[in-house]
Design a protein around this ligand. Structure first.
Ligand code: UD1
Length: 422
């Protein structure tokens, strides 16, 4: 039965919220199990639908998985592979399944991964993943909806120059190059904090990688990797989402464990809009500095720019500002699906190509809404929390892909929300 979230708006979010481990690090971190026969233990793994999907795929491939009772510690060991095929059913649920491609070819010389189809937020090519693997010496063919990759022997170090920085493309390339013969240089690599975190994990397994966190990453291939333990970093996108929720509801929230340094450009924008996000000993304190919200223009950009994964939530906030903000989406071409739904709640937003012009309104009104991706859906929850009356956000499974226990976390901060089956 499908689940929805029912929100009675107008209640401030106050108190503290525990920020979970980062989804976008947990996914590639789990995949590192494919690079070694020894066991890898990850702590602070978020309990999310996307994590469960990936664990399903790894188990299908032959990984032995142990999950702690609280679900946050996962120990994985891939002594022998049962299969090198990532079937359509797994990849369909989650594009990030493509992350198994590089490690499978690196250690097992072969992989067959269902070609990720179009997705709700744009076409999202994987040409750069394929280009990188080919440069490293793999023979890659697209056949019958699958990416079939084969390497004659060990992959060979190469120079990979990305035309645009791609997060999972950089991760896939690093994980492919880590066991290659010789040195690989990735130019125009993505710099999102999840990349240096993944490299830290891989270096802990015996990899030799430098330059992570910059746009040029160098990987000296090694013959094998060993097991390790690693703690997943906090989820900066979840933290940013709760900061916006506090601001939208005139509340005051401590974002426990949030790494302030991972959200600098986002917090700068919020500051200009009238929202404080102060670093504290154990995280960040988010609250409105003034009664009124200023309209502040933004453009999404690769890290360290304004994150595309916080654009929808920020738009919900700007729909309550006292001016007009222009929000330009530069990363994905179809990432405004929340706009018509926000407008149904009384927001005043016009789309011109890749820019949304958001004219603030005095109040939003509750409505029945739904969206088709994680961040768009959560922006509707934020709008619902700030709105007058009742909002039901349908298709909660989108939110469950990327937000751990969102209803419980919000209830603990005073929100009037409940999960309902429809
Ligand atoms: C990752 C994040 C996602 C975030 C996005 C951008 C994970 C699991 N997901 O997605 O939450 O929204 O980064 O910060 O970490 N592109 C190509 N060809 C390719 C690869 C990418 O054209 O081979 C394009 C994409 O269409 C997009 C841009 O590059 O326009 C950036 O996408 P990318 O960084 O690859 O996003 P993901 O890694 O899929």
């Amino acid at each position: 039965m499908l689940q929805s979230i029912r929100i009675r708006g107008g209640v401030g979010l106050n108190g503290a919220v525990d920020i979970s481990g980062a989804k976008n690090l947990a996914l590639p971190a789990l995949v590192t199990t494919l690079l070694t026969s020894e066991s890898v233990t990850l702590t602070n793994v978020p309990d999310l639908a996307d994590v469960r999907s990936l664990l399903g795929l790894l188990s299908h491939l032959g990984t032995d998985i142990k999950i702690s009772d609280d679900k946050h510690t996962v120990t994985l060991q891939t002594k022998n592979l049962r299969d090198v095929v990532a079937p359509y059913d797994f990849v369909r649920k989650m594009r990030a399944s493509i992350l198994v491609l590089g490690p499978l070819v690196a250690r097992h010389r072969m992989a067959s991964v269902s070609f990720p189809g179009g997705c709700a937020i744009g076409t999202r090519g994987i040409d750069l993943h394929i280009k990188a693997l080919r440069l490293l010496g793999a023979d890659v063919k697209i056949e019958n909806g699958y990416i079939n990759a084969e390497a004659p022997g060990r992959l060979t170090g190469a120079e990979i120059n990305f035309s645009i920085p791609t997060v999972t493309g950089t991760e896939n390339s690093i994980m492919a190059a880590v066991l290659a013969n010789g040195t690989t240089t990735i130019i125009n690599a993505a710099m999102e904090p999840e990349i240096p975190a993944l490299v830290e994990l891989l270096n802990g397994m015996g990899a030799r990688i430098t330059g992570h966190g910059t746009s040029v990453i160098s990987i000296d291939g090694v013959e094998s990797l060993h097991g390790t333990s690693y703690e997943v970093i906090p989820d900066r996108i979840e933290a940013g989402t709760y900061a916006v929720a506090a601001a939208a509801t005139c509340g005051k929230l401590i974002l426990k464990n949030c790494n302030h340094g991972h959200l600098l450009s986002f917090f700068e924008t919020l500051h200009a809009a009238g929202v404080a996000c102060d670093a504290t000993d154990d995280g960040v304190l988010a609250y409105r500095r003034s009664n009124e919200l200023c309209a502040v223009d933004i453009q999404t950009a690769p890290y360290p720019g304004f994150p595309t994964d916080l654009q929808a939530q920020y738009m919900a906030l700007m729909s309550l500002s006292t001016g007009t903000a222009s929000i330009t989406e530069n990363i994905f071409e179809n990432r405004f699906m929340h706009v018509p739904e926000l407008c149904r709640m009384g927001a005043n937003i016009a789309i011109h190509g890749k820019t949304a012009i958001v004219t603030g309104v005095k109040k939003l009104n509750g409505a029945q809404v739904m969206a088709t991706d994680i961040r768009a859906s959560v922006s509707l929850v934020i709008a619902g929390l700030a709105a007058e009356g009742e909002t039901v956000v349908n298709r909660l499974y989108h939110i469950d892909r990327g937000y751990e226990n969102i209803d419980e976390k919000m209830r603990n901060c005073g929100a009037d929300v409940e999960r309902i089956s429809v």
